[in-house]
Design a protein around this ligand. Structure first.
Ligand code: NAD
Ligand code: MG
Length: 385
């Protein structure tokens, strides 16, 4: 049977890897909807190639161009927030949530509320609205399948085991491009920060991997997905990115999922679950690798990890503030407005003067997100107008 899929963020890194898999298997997958932020040219190419029925561009000012590019294809062109939500909650059985940042929250929630199976890459959506999303999924019967490689690894290790038999999960982290050098992180450039040693990804998550905020966001992601408290989620640095994460059980057994660092593997698992898909990913050659290394994370060098754990433990509005401040700080770093260490400093400062009450609705989350972004932007204008 063919599965109808919607790809939110089809022009990005995860979107492209998803397309690479599903376009090889036209009998199994039918792409019904694709979306992007503003790149109408790439979106139109994808829509034509996949024969999608709906193509949505978030930026409304680009709708006219999209309509022209899709003329006489039978693919409907649409734009804006409402149309994104429709792509997420419409025809598809399976929604690939691959928008970057809190911008993906509303469409993800639309998919969850419509009871879809959601292959979730967009970790920021879960970080900012974890409780609300899990609650909505329970209510609607939606299934959330983790695409993030670590969470996908844990999900694979949990298969066939009782949740109450889990004692601890261990997330692995590559340590990013600055794990050991340079000694002084004050002068690293955006180009150096996005050059990840093992994975090829979008710019924002690459910077997050360099600060280790990515692992901090993943800690919070794991907390919501697997329902475990902070003290039962550990992080270990593993520079080879071969062991994608581990689960320890009450008897002392530890299961791990291994594989080459290729996002098509976790995406394929989410696409076909509970079955598996053959993928063109390279095979693991342990003898060629020779060794697997592990070390404790350096929290002094990478304060973002400590800050994220504190935000998770504080709960309430803290993860929303953490994420919003980080999105603005990363963007500012990529534009050369702040230095690398100021990313974590900005986030910590924003958490210090937040003063919000815990969000009780997606509207509350978006309000905290908006206010934090505005405050952080304003504080940056003071420092570097
Ligand atoms: P990317 O920047 O390559 O792609 C992002 C996609 O989202 C693009 O299609 C873009 O057009 C769309 N988008 C951006 N802003 C938008 C907005 N305001 N409204 C609507 N659409 C918007 O990012 P990516 O690396 O593919 O990452 C996507 C998500 O997956 C992120 O949350 C990231 O943390 C997560 N993730 C990525 C990887 C990876 O290997 N790339 C691994 C694990 C998790
Ligand atoms: Mg990850």
């Amino acid at each position: 049977m063919t599965r109808k899929i919607a790809i939110l963020g089809a022009t990005g890194s995860i979107g492209s890897s998803t397309l690479d898999l599903v376009e090889r298997l036209p009998d199994r997958f039918e792409v019904v909807a694709v979306t992007a932020a503003s790149n109408v040219e790439s979106l139109a190419v994808i829509a034509r190639r996949t024969k999608a029925k709906l193509a949505v561009i978030a930026d409304k000012s680009r709708l006219g161009v999209l309509e022209e590019l899709l003329a006489e294809t039978g693919c409907q062109a649409a734009a804006g927030e409402q149309a994104l939500n429709e792509a997420a909650s419409g025809d598809a059985d399976l929604v690939i949530a691959a928008i970057v940042g809190c911008a993906g929250l509303k469409p993800v929630m639309a998919a969850v509320e419509a009871g879809k199976t959601v292959a979730l890459a967009n970790k920021e959506a879960l970080v900012t609205a974890g409780d609300l999303m899990i609650e909505a999924a329970t209510g609607s019967g939606a299934t959330i399948l983790p695409v993030d490689s670590e969470h996908n690894a844990i999900f694979q290790c949990l298969a066939g085991n009782r949740r109450e038999d889990v004692s601890r999960i261990i997330l692995t982290a590559s340590g990013g491009p600055f794990r050991v050098t340079p000694t002084n992180l004050g002068d690293v450039s955006p180009e150096q920060a996005v050059a990840h040693p093992n994975w090829s990804m979008g710019a924002k998550i690459s910077v997050d991997s360099a600060t280790l905020m990515n692992k901090g966001l993943e800690l919070i992601e794991a907390h919501y997905l697997f329902g475990l408290p902070s003290e039962r989620i550990d992080i270990v640095i593993h520079p080879q990115s071969t062991v994608h994460s581990l689960v320890e059980f009450v008897d002392g057994s530890v299961l791990a999922q291994l594989g080459p660092p290729d996002m098509r593997i976790p995406i394929a698992y989410a696409l076909a679950w509970p079955e598996r898909l053959a993928t063109p990913a390279e095979r693991l050659d342990l003898a060629a690798l020779g060794r697997l290394d592990f070390e404790a994370p350096d929290l002094a060098r990478f304060p973002a990890l400590r800050i994220a754990r504190e935000a998770m433990e504080a709960g309430g509005a803290a993860p929303v503030v953490l994420n919003a401040a980080n999105e603005i700080a990363v963007d500012s770093f990529l534009k050369g407005r702040i230095r690398f260490p100021e990313i974590a400093e900005t986030v910590e400062r924003a958490l210090g003067d937040s003063g919000f009450t815990a969000p009780r609705s997606i509207g509350d989350v978006l309000e905290i997100d908006r206010t934090t972004r505005a405050r952080v932007e304003a504080s940056m204008r003071e420092v570097c107008p």
